[in-house]
Design a protein. Structure first.
Length: 255
């Protein structure tokens, strides 16, 4: 709860830029819904996969909280620098900014894999074609035979749990310090295994607030996304001692 409070405090310090992130994700969610409005079997997987890549999309929110923590200027240029601080000549260095990009691509592949798996599972095993939310509730959630919904939730949990453990600390750590993807993932897993109750509660808060944002026709994401993004930065700062790791970025760029 302290992480949420600190995240909201960062949101209040730079509301326009913070809510811009939420607006972008709200628009993306609306576009996904529009594209799959008559194919709910695809929409259900897309929305859950959408949450897998959320840590990547929140990268510049971490950068904003980092700048606020240091007393640095927070403006649009900071966001631009965050998304452009990679250089082709450094792409072969395992602890360069490219490690952040590599991990983001891995999360994107994981989300795509889940969307395909979810769509295939519902399409192949549902007793009738699933086109609308009502079809999904009637023939998947409330189906008396087949246990399709339980299978769908179980597979989603099997993917979500290791992805959460791998990414909850990794993305802000990769932004902040010069570490490899493997170092970041192992650090994230160590934090989760060392503090399982706190991190489980944090996961439930993320899922709960995200669902509230989605169910409000995505408008709630405008506030939920920056609050959770800034809060995730503070979760990382409280959970991990990085004093012996080299810094990733300065105001002048990568070093």
């Amino acid at each position: 709860m302290q992480w949420l409070a600190l995240g909201f405090k960062d949101l209040a310090r730079s509301p326009l830029l913070s809510m811009l992130h939420g607006l972008v994700l709200a628009v993306l969610g609306g576009l996904i819904t529009w594209a799959a409005h008559d194919r709910f079997w695809l929409l259900a997987g897309s929305m859950s996969g959408f949450m897998v890549v959320a840590p990547v999309l929140a990268t510049s929110l971490y950068a904003m909280s980092r700048a606020m923590e240091r007393g640095e200027k927070v403006d649009l240029q900071l966001l631009v620098n965050t998304w452009t601080q990679w250089q082709m000549r450094l792409r072969r260095e395992p602890d360069s900014y490219w490690s952040l990009i590599r991990f983001g691509l891995l999360l994107g592949l994981a989300a795509t894999g889940w969307v395909i798996t979810s769509a295939a599972l519902i399409t192949l095993l549902a007793p009738v074609p699933i086109h609308t939310p009502l079809d999904f509730i009637r023939h998947v959630v409330l189906a008396k035979q087949g246990h399709l919904f339980e299978m769908w939730v179980g597979l989603g949990a099997m993917m979500a749990l290791p992805m959460f453990a791998s990414s909850v600390i990794s993305m802000p750590l990769l932004l902040d310090r010069r570490v490899t993807v493997l170092q970041a993932v192992l650090t994230s897993w160590k934090a989760v295994l060392t503090h399982p109750f706190q991190m489980t509660f944090w996961a439930f808060l993320i899922v709960g607030f995200s669902l509230l944002g989605i169910c409000s026709l995505f408008l709630g994401l405008i506030l939920v996304v920056p609050m959770l993004g800034h809060g995730s930065w503070h979760a990382y700062r409280h959970m991990v001692d990085v004093s012996d790791l080299g810094e990733r970025l300065t105001e002048q760029g990568e070093r």
